[in-house]
Write a protein that binds this ligand. Structure first.
Ligand SMILES: Nc1nc2c(c(=O)[nH]1)N[C@H]1C(S)=C(S)[C@@H](COP(=O)(O)O)O[C@H]1N2
Ligand SMILES: [Mo]
Length: 317
């Protein structure tokens, strides 16, 4: 077997996301050998940044589960749900390729003191970008571990200053017939709308996400920005967001409209509350053969269980 040493890796190989894991291993190894002392992993990568690599991103060690292996970038990029580009998991990587992500604005409005329309490039500078490794669990009982890049949504919320009557946040995503062939289908009532209670949106785990695997998000993964809420099913994380609205009443989300008995507003990962058509007790981690047990709140119970004190999670599923 040929074991490649760092010097065998050509610079051209370490610029693409596909080599990300490889490179992390290499950096870890180099660090343990004392070759690069004390350098944050991603900053070291940035020295050779090219193309869509995100510069100046620090890994946040507080969000790096020690017991989890990061999935392959191919799992993340090639197996997607993004119904605006087709309902098959392999549609979005092909159909979303040409999505125009510049210029792009995000209107932040509703019950706030300082509504503002942000240009995406300004929005990305609102707070320091950091890398966080989160478990990601789809309602269809598959899961991944992804190194996301973004900053807490609370940084944006604090800037626009919600009024006292703002109780929920609604995320409206792009619905552009010219670019999104999936809009011809009526599987969902477009645009794809999602929402959170304000305290969920303010929670430090809720990440306004611009990148993953060291790079800006690929179109099929929700470029140029999406939400990541690691203790909820994946569909809560709207992709390619154009509007964030602060409202008094619980938003009517696309999936609740499509099937209220199957998809609830809260959609917290919960192994004890099954989907009417399948169990949620176990999941298949992409890349693994046997199933794993699903964890309450996807393993984030210590951080988020207190948000739901006194609530019947079978009723508010
Ligand atoms: N706009 C939009 N956002 C969306 C979806 C979608 O169809 N449209 N699918 C959701 C679902 S069901 C999941 S599991 C995640 C998938 O994210 P990923 O493909 O990047 O892993 O995106 C969510 N966000
Ligand atoms: Mo999903």
């Amino acid at each position: 077997m040929l074991i490649r040493r760092p010097t065998d890796i050509l610079p051209s190989e370490i610029t693409s996301g596909d080599a990300y894991l490889h490179r992390r291993e290499w950096l870890k190894q180099a660090a343990s050998m004392g070759l690069i002392a004390g350098l944050p992993v991603l900053a070291a990568c940035d020295a050779q940044a090219q193309g869509s690599r995100l510069a100046g991103v620090k890994a946040n060690p507080a969000y790096a589960p020690a017991d989890e292996r990061i999935n392959k970038v191919e799992d993340f990029r090639n197996y997607c749900n993004f119904y605006e580009f087709g309902t098959d998991k392999t549609d979005p990587p092909v159909m979303a390729k040409a999505l125009k992500t510049r210029p792009w604005t995000v209107a932040v409005e509703g019950e706030v003191l300082k509504p503002k329309t942000f240009d995406i490039d300004d929005l990305m500078k609102l707070a320091p970008l950091e890398e966080r490794i989160y478990r990601f669990r789809c309602v269809e009982a598959w899961s991944m571990v992804v190194p996301w890049i973004g900053f807490p949504l609370s940084a944006l919320i604090n800037q626009v200053q919600p009024k006292g009557n703002a109780k929920f946040v609604e995320f409206v995503t792009l619905a552009d017939k010219a670019q999104m062939p999936g809009l011809r289908s009526s599987v969902l009532d477009w645009p794809y709308v999602e929402g959170l209670r304000l305290d969920e949106a303010m929670h430090p785990l809720t990440l306004l996400t611009f990148g993953a695997f060291g790079e800006v998000l690929a179109p099929q993964n929700g470029a140029p920005l999406r939400i990541t809420i690691p203790w909820k099913y994946g569909f809560k994380g709207g992709k390619s967001i154009v509007k964030i609205r602060f409202v008094e009443k619980e938003p009517r989300t696309a999936w609740v409209k499509a099937g209220p008995s199957e998809y609830g507003f809260y959609s917290n990962v919960n192994p004890t509350v099954d989907h009417p058509r399948w169990s949620q007790a176990t999941e298949r981690r992409l890349g693994e053969f046997s199933k794993r047990k699903t964890l309450m709140f996807n393993g984030y119970a210590d951080q988020v269980a207190s948000l739901y004190t006194g609530m019947d999670l079978k009723k508010f599923y």
